[in-house]
Design a binder for this molecule. Structure first.
Ligand SMILES: [Fe+2]
Ligand SMILES: [Fe+2]
Length: 347
């Protein structure tokens, strides 16, 4: 660590300035000096200063006023105030303003050297501390980044695991994520929430891992009993994910549990209505249904955008939250972009 301070001397008496300069230079510093406080102030506006040695008694602007002004651009500046007499009231005022030390005229070389040395020690300690906390911040940021990277990897693994048993395709999962995020943004949710729903949406059907193949993969129409089994995937999904402290998994639990609820209260598993249904689930419901409709499935052709939009429109206030349905329809161009982005992905 360097012992050099960026030192500024301000005193209206040239003889004092010369003396202080000489001592400072002998100690290996390279001070900049001013006789006029205003000039010192101008210089400090565009230059760095660590320590100011300032005379109290100067015409036009005294040392304390100068210090107050310099602090605007240099809040951390250290200061030694030079006074002719030991006026206690003045000392108190100066200390209150953060003056670090005093030097009484006539200036003693030995005293000045010692005071300057102390200042350098303090300054160096501050610099070390600052450097340390900067380093610490970098380390923490790095660790956080690593953590969220592995977190996202784990989420991805989870979604892909669910996909294996689910006849729905990878591109369906991806599009539901993107549609949901787009809706979250249109709804006015902040970026963090948009990210949460983006990673939570693919988990909506994760509970299907708990449904037996005979039901899950049955080619024909399900019997009432089989359909009841199938419905359990929402509760199973929630059971897998709930109680997690991870915000993405916790949101995934909500989405899994409630993505088959309907705005009119006729959905499952709880028959919640309107805004009783968590917002994330109301969003994912539209994204999920729209994408299922516009995709080819073993039992159905792909609907056209127009046909699927017609259904969204028709189900406003029935299956879907009318406001979110309107947002979806209003953003149909973005929906189309997302759709095209993943076209052919499963071929
Ligand atoms: Fe589902
Ligand atoms: Fe789905």
């Amino acid at each position: 660590m360097t012992n050099e301070l960026r030192l500024m001397i301000v005193d209206d008496e040239p003889i004092n300035v010369m003396l202080l300069e000489e001592i400072a230079k002998d100690m290996g510093h390279n001070p900049i000096s001013f006789y006029i406080p205003k000039e010192a102030l101008e210089w400090a506006k565009i230059n760095t200063v660590d320590l100011i040695l300032v005379d109290f008694n100067m015409p036009v602007m005294n040392g304390l006023d100068l210090l107050k002004e310099i602090r605007v651009s240099h809040p951390e500046i250290m200061s030694i105030m030079i006074t002719a007499n030991v006026d206690n009231a003045l000392k108190l005022e100066a200390l209150e303003l953060g003056v670090n030390d005093f030097l009484t005229k006539p200036i003693s070389t030995a005293e000045f050297e010692l005071r300057l040395r102390n200042m350098i020690a303090i300054q160096n300690a501050l610099k070390t501390q600052k450097e340390f906390s900067k380093q610490l911040t970098i380390e923490v940021e790095k660790a956080t980044k690593e953590l969220s990277k592995s977190q996202f990897e784990a989420l991805d693994v989870l979604s892909r695991t669910a996909e294996y048993k689910d006849p729905e395709t990878g591109s369906h999962i991806a599009r539901v994520s993107h549609y949901s995020k787009m809706l979250a943004e249109a709804y006015g949710l902040d970026e963090k929430e948009q990210e949460i729903i983006f990673y939570a949406a693919p988990l909506h059907d994760i509970g299907k891992v708990g449904i037996e193949d005979a039901v899950l993969l049955k080619p024909g129409k399900l019997t009432d009993e089989e359909f009841d089994r199938m419905k359990l995937h929402s509760t199973i999904g929630s059971n897998i994910l709930k109680n997690s402290a991870n915000p993405y998994l916790a949101a995934g639990a909500v989405v899994a549990e409630f993505h088959h609820e309907k705005y009119n209260g006729r959905g499952y598993p709880s028959g919640l209505a309107g805004e009783e249904i968590p917002l994330y689930a109301r969003i994912v419901a539209i994204a999920d249904v729209f994408d299922a409709l516009t995709s080819i499935r073993p039992y159905k052709r792909a609907w056209s955008f127009e046909e699927a939009l017609e259904l969204i429109e028709k189900e406003k206030g029935e299956h879907f939250d009318p406001h979110i349905a309107d947002l979806f329809i209003a953003n149909i161009d973005r929906v189309r972009e997302i759709y095209q982005q993943f076209e052919g992905m499963d071929d």
